[in-house]
Design a protein around this ligand. Structure first.
Ligand SMILES: *Cc1c(COP(=O)(O)O)cnc(C)c1O
Length: 399
């Protein structure tokens, strides 16, 4: 007997669940790449992306994952030898810093650890000490710790200090999940990828940028031909959108995904994520009482609505994950960046992805199935979690 046969549910923080409509749009023969529908679709995708990102600026698209977008953003904003300041609140902040370093950019990392947000005072001290930073790199949601950092206060700080650095923001996990306003919050550059809130298989990434970043880019000594964003936002031939062959099928899928998001309304999409996340957090709060399970980020205001990082006594996090996979058809995320690779504490951590194409019944199943795993694996936990989660869903549902 195997109780996992049936619909599989991938509840990891990316890639996320792909809507049937997106899959269907991608299931087709190869389109003409010189004229016709694909070109029309691509032209329309650009303003839709900007609507989702809340920007009147530009977006360059790349055939790449998020790591590619990281490199693209740096390649268009820094010269070799320039200095950047990275505010790291988890593994993904460090990951971006490593790419900067390998690009020959001098990289100062302010490490805020694995369970808190950016300390603005420390950031201010670092910026005052050195006025030469070309850019400040921050992660809106760090997918490893599941912390959400506020963007606007960092902008305000740069403005107060009259600091010229560009503000580069990683929204790979958060775009179309957590509320984000590129222009009014003052991000100069924002990176995203298609496989998380945008509900498309991995393979396309985005670099959004404003006029300030665009002006700066034209003064750089060298921008690699492939990452150069200039031809991509103003392609005189269609192939220049992607510096070569377009990701044909991804574009069909992305177009449908963006239509789904905009039909629901981006504010409603944020709100859905918020309510579903608060149902998960209500369950966690109950489990935490008298149990060993703990949310990595204790302050709810600092939590992302797209991903939740949790821990239990090691190695039971890994046991929970494996038990779910083998017995229920539910896959949850591994802990990431919470311990060094050889540290056995790493096996205490796991993550829930709740980004993109998720609704109330999926989240209630996620909660109930996770509780089932805790029973099976032997993780003591407080009771009444499912009830608490259900009350949240009931409270915010239509009458
Ligand atoms: C997923 C993710 C990345 C990396 O994206 P890849 O597509 O795996 O290269 C970077 N930053 C954040 C915040 C992410 O969630």
């Amino acid at each position: 007997m195997n109780l996992s046969n049936g619909v599989e549910y991938l509840a990891i923080p990316g890639p996320s669940v792909i809507p049937e409509k997106v899959l269907q749009a991608m299931h087709r023969s190869s389109p003409n790449i010189y004229e016709g529908e694909l070109i029309d679709i691509t032209d329309k995708i650009v303003p839709k992306l900007c609507q989702v990102a809340k920007t009147d600026g530009n977006v360059a698209m790349y055939i790449s994952n998020g790591h590619g977008a990281w490199e693209a953003a740096l390649s268009n904003t820094t010269n070799r030898g320039d200095k950047v300041l990275v505010a790291a609140t988890g593994r993904f902040g460090h990951g971006w810093a490593e790419i900067a370093q390998k690009n020959g950019v001098k990289t100062e990392v302010l490490d805020f650890g694995t369970n808190s947000t950016i300390d603005l005072n420390l950031l201010e001290t670092a910026l005052k000490k050195d006025g030469n930073y070309k850019a400040v790199l921050i992660t809106h949601v760090d997918t490893s710790t599941s912390v959400k950092n506020e963007i606007a206060p960092v902008r305000a700080l740069l403005d107060d200090l009259n600091h010229d650095a560009l503000l580069l923001v990683d929204c790979i996990a958060s775009l179309a999940c957590d509320e984000f306003h590129m222009d009014s919050w003052g991000a100069d550059v924002m990176v995203a990828a298609c496989q998380k809130g945008l509900m498309v298989p991995p393979g396309v990434s985005f670099v959004f940028f404003n006029q300030k970043a665009k002006d700066l880019q034209s003064s750089l000594k060298l921008v690699s031909s492939y990452w150069d964003w200039a031809p991509r936002i103003n392609p005189d031939y269609y192939y220049k959108y992607f510096g070569g062959t377009a990701p044909t099928h991804h574009l069909y899928g992305l177009n449908v995904a963006l239509d789904m998001i905009l039909k629901e309304g981006i504010e409603a999409v944020w709100r859905r994520h918020e309510v579903l996340a608060s149902a998960i957090w209500a369950a966690i709060e109950s489990w935490e009482k008298g149990g060993e399970l703990k949310a990595n980020i204790q302050d709810k205001k600092l939590r992302s609505a797209a991903v939740t990082s949790l821990h239990v006594q090691t190695p039971k996090g890994t046991h929970i994950r494996k038990w779910l996979q083998e017995n229920t058809g539910l896959t949850i995320g591994i802990g990431l960046g919470m311990a060094t690779p050889n540290d056995p504490n790493g096996d205490g951590y796991f993550r829930l992805g709740h980004m993109g194409h998720v609704n109330a019944q999926m989240i209630m199943a996620l909660i109930a199935t996770l509780e089932t795993a805790m029973i099976a694996v032997g993780v003591p936990h407080g009771n009444n979690a499912i009830n608490k989660a259900a009350s949240i869903i009931a409270k915010f549902s239509k009458p």
